[in-house]
Design a protein around this ligand. Structure first.
Ligand SMILES: [Zn+2]
Length: 267
């Protein structure tokens, strides 16, 4: 190894400068070796960090550890596995969504166009059950995951009771563990929103907490519900107005009449 500091700086290198150059070369070699080491994290194959979750850079003559961009993705997939949605993600795709009727073709088209909507938009599909709402929203969520967005799934009826039971000060941390990702993740899907016939005040408060956080931070949100937008407006005007505004004032919301056999027209 030669040290051509003289050629670069125009003076004879001091022993300190030679030492410094030597240690810089060693540092670069160390960083390279650390970056090439193979890791064993699950859920996603990352070429950048080689599944270590971190990579290494040089800063101010020192080796610095940086969290890899694949971590939010890994956490998303892990959370989905825990939520039980991961098998649904494989089954409920755009390809196998049944389009027997014109209104189903329209639902699919709207959902697919939402994948390229500006960040922070909301997609809402409400009304008649059995119309494949969960299917289309799950396919949409998978689309965002494929686009490398961090995602979370919240099944309103099941997860709501869990959150509401965690209201004491001792369970605050546990509550935050569920709620905070819902306020920060790139894309979330709230399935079966406002499931109960008449939502309680605690339920409405939680709904506002999540919707408002996503509204103010421009975070993409997918919602399916057996309630139509009109019914949501009757439950809470503030929640409705935020959802409505972010669906591009109706572009990305679909209300299915409660008996689509009699009336297949979309509102
Ligand atoms: Zn990575």
């Amino acid at each position: 190894m030669t040290f051509d500091i003289e050629g670069l700086t125009g003076h004879t290198p001091t022993p300190e400068e030679i030492e410094k150059t030597k240690s810089m070369d060693l540092l670069q070699m160390q960083i390279k070796a650390d970056n090439e080491a193979q890791g064993y994290l699950k859920y996603y194959d990352c070429l950048k960090c080689k599944n270590k979750g971190v990579y290494y850079i040089e800063k101010d003559g020192k080796e610095l550890t940086v969290d890899c961009e694949c971590m939010p993705l890994r956490n998303s997939i892990e959370a989905l596995e825990k939520s039980g949605l991961s098998s649904a993600l494989k089954k409920m795709t755009f390809d196998n969504y049944t389009c027997g009727s014109e209104w189903q073709v329209q639902i699919k088209e709207k959902a697919m166009s939402f994948l390229t909507a500006p960040e922070g938009c909301f997609f809402f599909i409400g009304g008649q059950s059995g119309a494949g709402k969960t299917h289309i929203c799950t396919a949409l969520l998978k689309g965002f995951l494929d686009n490398k967005k961090s995602i979370r799934y919240f099944k309103w009826a099941d997860d709501l009771n869990k959150v509401l039971s965690l209201s004491s000060s001792e369970s605050r941390a546990e509550r935050a563990e569920i709620i905070e990702p819902l306020k920060k993740t790139d894309v979330i899907y709230i399935d079966d929103f406002f499931r109960s016939k008449i939502p309680s005040q605690a339920e409405i408060k939680l709904a506002f907490e999540i919707i408002n956080a996503r509204y103010t931070q421009d975070l993409t949100t997918i919602i399916s519900s057996e309630k139509t937008t009109k019914e949501i407006k009757m439950i809470d005007e503030a929640i409705f107005s935020r959802i409505f505004e972010r669906t591009n004032k109706g572009e990305y919301y679909i209300d299915l009449p409660h008996n689509p056999d009699k009336n297949q027209r979309l509102n």
